[in-house]
Ligand binder design. Sequence first.
Ligand code: SF4
Ligand code: SF4
Length: 344
Amino acid sequence: MEFGQANGLPRAALKEVFGLQSPSDLGKPVDEFGSDDQITARVTKKMALASEHASKNWIKIPVKFGLWFVFLVMVFIVSRKRKMTNRLRFSLLFSSVMIFGVVMGPDPGPMGTVKDAIYLYATTHAIFPPRMIALMIFLISVFSANKYICAWGCQAGTLQDLIFRINRTGHQDVGIGKHIRLPFVLTNTVRVLVFVVFTVIAFVWGFDCIAPIDPFKIYKPMHLGLIGGVFVGILLFFSLFIYRPWCSLFCPFGLVGWLVEKVSRVRISVDYVTCVACGKCATACPSTVMEAILHGDKKTIPDCFACYTCRDVCPTESIRFSSRKRTEPPAGHFDKKKKTHSGM
Ligand code: SF4
Ligand code: SF4
């Protein structure tokens, strides 16, 4: 009982930490319950979970997930009818930024479910169940509908996407600056390294090295320090020219989601029977994904954000976002079609 008073632990917490069976157990010496290290670990874990619980807004979180569900279903319905005009795309991205970022704030967000879970476990060996449920929901959404949550729901992702689209008129690169497509092998190597370095630093030094540059904090700017402010400013500036730099270079959820995306049920695929090999989809794709798909590159397909840009520009409606299996282009498909076109 003295230990509880000295460490500010209420009786309920003491009961849980020490496994107390009866009120008389409150009088037992602390060392009867384990070594100093064991007791410290148990108390640290308990206090970390209590602090996580106290830091959450338990009304806002379910409301935000509900809004995500409604919004993403709405985007899905609109896009299935092939009504994704540039103006509509811009409005949807803008609405997503406003609802899930400006109004609902940075927390929760897909990235935090991975980053904060690793950091909490590294520093206290605690697992916060509500966060794991949120992570499962996000990963199930990737499993069932590709990176839809990143594409249209993530407050950091949609902000970068919106800025990127400002620099494009229509589907062409004729905005205020040239569009740069970084090779996937480079971006993914950096992303893996960031993930490894973050994890090692969290476990060895107990420091969250992503927190100071976390772009989600733009929705709570007072939490961004000078370094974070400068970093996020640069990041958003480069979003004009590079499609989603945070997602492709730094985001832990981006990396985990990319792995889950490999087994996603619904994804972009091309029907090579009707495809005329004009290459418009690869040119319009903001990333290098469509190029990789057209090359039948199975293992290194970059993140596809289900943005529908490729599908919107296809003149023969050969691109689908469906559960249809993605096939490789027939051998010589592009050479043959090119010859046919040049002969016409
Ligand atoms: S990859 Fe991008 S869109 Fe997805 S969670 Fe990370 S920041 Fe958000
Ligand atoms: S343009 Fe197509 S392939 Fe490229 S990211 Fe968007 S949906 Fe994916």
